[in-house]
Write a protein that binds this ligand. Structure first.
Ligand code: ADP
Ligand code: ZN
Length: 740
């Protein structure tokens, strides 16, 4: 399709979408000298500034339910001309249609979604990329610490690496690299092609697959070869070789000369994954996440657009990269809630990955040992193919799971580890194996209470308690980031020495463990104690090299790590995720605990998992003990089906927020009065939102629940259309909310 035909006055119009939360594309005049095609990246005037935009075409194949109302046409005489066509690869049609689709589905302005696809200063020039090689001179007298030796080791192949890459490969901080450069141990050179964009070699090192893995890999290769959309679930117990197997699909995609995208829930934690990729394909893939530097971002964006980056591993935002020839999408740990983006455009990357694949006529593989109920329902209905790996690789057995009933085996007063747990950890460590204590809570204690007056210290901005972080001597809100010094006197009754920490966080468990296991080498893994990927890489290396006996961590330790020496996993509070009214709490707890349990016994020595609980008969504990995830999920399904709860019905949340409780209530009630009615749909609420006050905003929630066949978008659009809101009031739409 070309730009629009000339209007009456003979002006050729072209529609340009700008990366701002405006409604739709704007019309501009096309200068005769510029031939423009949809997807071209152009500079246009907007409010006396030149802005980067994309020549947009009318959505093709967008379901009418998702189409936004058309914008008003502008008279020819008022049109401003396009200023310039930028020398940047055109945005492919599949990405343009994806932007339209995401905007329509999430009820977001298309420009806001486009901003995610242009999240790079696309027009800026790219300075030459440099990297480090070993300096030839041996005259330097600089000291070679073990860290420096690892850096030198990482450069033995003679390929230049940039600072971040080198630090990651050598598991050192970037400061080590810089100090080596200063000491003359490294030399800077200009890199022709950044190593991340060298072609991965599908035959670099072929794995020897088990017959089960090979059968599954063959099915995955066939999906890739079919060159059409198909979704598949790859499930299989932890350690069964799912990664190993899906890398064969990536190899097939590379052999076809097409691009592959692998989404991981937390890219910062992907060091082990990258190592495996390098082992399999000889080079690193392109990496994409929100912490990339702006230069790296620009280079990567263009390498994807130009097709040099053949494999991208990334966080959810990688879905918006301009792949010209996407041949495979993989979503690893597809059940993870980290795939849901909660700010700005609220979308679920797992679901949008399926859409992205469909619009690119490519297969998508969702991977998990504990698939979400959504995905299982799609398998059951026949929409998704089902592939599975039944046994752990190399004959490793699954860990045995037992509960410790805290009513019968209480910890000592003021402590949190039951004697049975302590004994089991000691046993493992005496055998020279590793143990892990898991508690999904950062900080020292989740609540600080005054013993004199009963006052609980709350966040001034949120309906949440402040969490003590003893190492930092702070109380912190985990929702808004507010921090304050730990007070010496009760803020309410002014009593001195009366404030007491209640309940454990991972810091407190560490304190207890240091006293209980004085000889153990302890490593703490929590997102706030391991800032950044290099710290995580170093922690993982220490564990793999057996420099650690006891690992204590939050959900960061549950990720797909492979720790061959780890045989005991102790869950300090297995009931933690089950409190509260969220219908999905049980599903999420099973997924998380199964994932943690899966870290144990991945090599020869069998693994053991102990769950400290007050509810040993709870279905979640029973499912984990029996390792019977399927039956558990069937029961979950049976509970959700009758009420049309997801995935058997559709759900959207409206979050109404305002400066004051009164304004929030008034707006929520007004929405309640105009709520849609009809067969197969229901509006629940208004009610206080799960965090009734967040960052000082008072929040109410309404839920729209419909039968599956009913699309919620047109209903919401007409409900919200023409809504008159007070100035301080905001309404946010969350389609498919993750908690309900
Ligand atoms: P999952 O993703 O299912 O948890 P992984 O793919 O991480 O399983 O595999 C678990 C471990 O077994 C990894 O260390 C992996 O390298 C190893 N492994 C799996 N399959 C093979 C194979 N066919 N050959 C060699 N090692 C394998
Ligand atoms: Zn707060």
């Amino acid at each position: 399709m070309e730009s629009e035909p000339a209007g009456e006055a003979g002006v050729a119009r072209v529609s340009v979408l700008l990366p701002y939360p405006l409604l739709g594309a704007f019309d501009y005049a096309r200068p005769e000298t510029l031939a423009l095609e949809p997807g071209d990246i152009v500079l246009v005037p907007l409010n006396r500034r030149a802005e980067v935009g994309v020549v947009w075409d009318a959505p093709v194949g967008l379901p009418p339910d998702l189409a936004a109302p058309p914008s008003r046409p502008v008279a020819d005489a008022k049109l401003k001309p396009v200023a310039a066509l930028l020398d940047i690869p055109r945005m492919p049609e599949s990405l343009r249609r994806f932007v339209d689709w995401v905007a329509g589905y999430t009820l977001s302005p298309p420009g806001l979604v486009l901003a995610m696809a242009l999240r790079t200063n696309a027009s800026a020039p790219i300075p030459p990329t440099t990297g480090w090689v070993r300096s030839g001179s041996n005259s330097t007298t600089a000291r070679l610490t073990p860290a420096r030796q690892r850096v030198q080791q990482a450069l033995v192949d003679g390929l230049p690496r940039n600072t971040a890459e080198l630090a990651r490969m050598a598991a050192v901080g970037t400061g080590v690299v810089r100090s080596m450069a200063e000491a003359g141990l490294l030399m800077e050179v200009v890199i022709e092609t950044p190593s991340a964009f060298r072609r991965p070699d599908p035959d670099h090192q072929d794995p020897v697959l088990s017959p089960d893995q090979e059968r599954t890999a063959e099915k995955l290769r066939n999906l890739v070869h079919a060159r059409r959309f198909q979704a598949a679930l790859l499930d299989g117990v932890t350690g069964s070789g799912k990664t190993e197997t899906y890398l064969e699909a990536v190899a097939a995609c590379l052999a076809e000369g097409r691009q592959a995208l692998v989404l991981l829930p937390e890219i910062a934690l992907s060091a082990q994954w990258l190592q495996r990729f390098v082992r399999r394909f000889g080079v690193e893939p392109a990496v994409w996440h929100s912490d990339l530097g702006s230069k790296r971002r620009r280079i990567t964006w263009r390498a994807v657009a130009g097709g040099e980056a053949q494999v991208v591993v990334g966080a959810r935002s990688a879905l918006f990269l301009p792949f010209p020839d996407l041949g495979l999408v993989i979503v690893d740990e597809e059940h993870e809630t980290a795939f849901k983006q909660e700010d700005g455009v609220t979308y679920h990357a797992r679901d949008m990955a399926v859409v992205r694949a469909r619009l690119s006529a490519a297969p998508v593989v969702l991977v998990s040992a504990t698939p979400s109920l959504e995905t299982l329902a799609n398998v059951e209905s026949g929409r998704y193919e089902h592939l599975s790996l039944a046994v752990r690789h190399g004959g490793a057995s699954l860990p045995t799971v037992e509960t410790i009933d805290l009513r019968d085996h209480p910890p000592e007063r003021g402590r949190f580890l039951s004697p049975a747990m302590i004994e089991a950890a000691l046993d493992a460590m005496r055998r020279g194996e590793q143990a892990m204590l898991f508690l999904n809570r950062r900080g020292y204690a989740p609540l600080t209470l005054c013993r004199t007056c009963g006052h609980r210290i709350q966040c001034p901005n949120c309906t949440a308690w402040l969490v003590e972080h003893r190492a930092r001597r702070q109380l912190a809100c985990h929702h808004c980031g507010h921090t304050e010094a730990v007070p010496t006197h009760c803020p309410s009754c002014n009593a001195e020495n009366s404030l007491t920490p209640i309940g454990p966080g991972v810091e407190r468990i560490t304190e207890e463990a240091r006293e209980t296991f004085p000889d153990a080498r302890i490593l703490v893994m929590a997102s706030d104690t391991l800032p950044g990927p290099n710290a995580a890489t170093e922690a993982v290396r220490k564990i793999a090299d057996r420099e650690v006996d006891l690992i204590i961590g939050t959900q960061i330790v549950a990720k797909g790590w492979h720790f061959p020496g780890l045989t005991l996993v102790g869950v300090v509070d297995a009931d933690l995720g089950l409190a509260g009214g969220d219908l999905r709490a049980a599903e999420r707890t099973v997924q998380l605990l199964h994932q943690v349990a899966g870290r144990a016994g991945r090599a020869e020595a069998p693994g053991r998992v102990l769950l400290q609980t007050y509810n040993p008969t709870h279905p979640v504990m029973q499912a984990l003990i029996a390792n019977d995830f399927a039956t558990f999920m069937q029961k979950e399904a049976a509970q959700r089906r009758p009420g049309n709860w997801p995935p058997y019905g559709r759900l959207a949340a409206l979050i109404v927020s305002a400066d004051t409780a009164e304004a929030a209530d008034a707006a929520a009630q007004a929405l309640g009065r105009t709520a849609p009615r009809g067969e197969g749909l229901q509006v629940l609420g208004p009610a206080p939102a799960p965090l009734a006050i967040l960052r000082g905003r008072h929040r109410r929630r309404l839920l729209l629940r419909t039968r599956r066949e009913i699309a919620v978008q047109p209903i919401l659009r007409s409900w919200l259309h023409g809504l008159q809101l007070a100035r301080s009031v905001q309404v946010d739409v969350d389609i498919d909310p993750v908690s309900f």
